[in-house]
Design a protein. Structure first.
Length: 193
């Protein structure tokens, strides 16, 4: 499952110390996160007063907490990001992923749908929506979500594998086999690259 966070350009990371005084605490926290200085990033974000944190700050706090296995706290942070900016699709997406990881597929589905209302072409949201439907045994809905994911990004092998699985569950062996063959071709192309 892909989680979303916008990283700064690598060149900025390499020159971060020279410009640290000019950057905001948020910018510095992002650079530290990109540089894998997780604790420093976390502590810097916590030092920002809550009312001054941006939606992206709350998102990053959620990511850091989720990385630490503190999913309940991550949900809180993603929710705060959404409260700061309800059109921030990245927060809806990461919140949905957190719900999916903690076996709350119905809640995940609602957040993936919100993500897709804000960013209609986001293939990974369709893919994870399909995974949530599989958890509920709703294979027809899963099939449609996977087809949408493939429409927007046809180079991701997992999309083909899961739609093949879904067709198998729908007793459509011919379609399952066809998508499994595509999966194998996409994997071969990935290995050759």
């Amino acid at each position: 499952m892909k989680r979303f966070f916008t990283f700064l350009i690598l060149a900025m990371v390499s020159i971060a110390p020279a410009f640290a005084e000019d950057n905001t605490a948020s910018d510095q926290a992002k650079m530290l996160y990109a540089d894998n200085s997780i604790e420093e990033s976390f502590n810097l974000l916590l030092a920002i007063p809550e009312d001054e944190r941006s939606a992206e700050d709350w998102l990053l706090l959620g990511n850091l907490l989720q990385d630490k296995g503190r999913d309940d706290e991550a949900v809180f942070m993603y929710t705060k990001a959404i409260l700061k900016d309800e059109k921030f699709y990245k927060a809806h997406y990461n919140l949905a992923n957190c719900y999916l990881n903690t076996d709350k597929p119905n809640m995940a589905i609602e957040e993936y749908k919100k993500t897709l209302k804000l960013k209609k072409d986001y293939a990974y949201a369709y893919y994870n929506l399909g995974c949530a439907y599989i958890k509920l045994g709703e294979y027809r809905k899963a099939k449609n979500a996977f087809l949408d994911a493939i429409y927007f990004k046809n180079t991701e092998p997992d999309f083909y594998y899961n739609i093949a699985y879904t067709y198998k569950k729908l007793n459509k062996e011919k379609d399952a086999k066809a998508y499994l063959e595509i999966y194998n071709k996409v994997m071969e192309n990935r290995i050759e690259e």
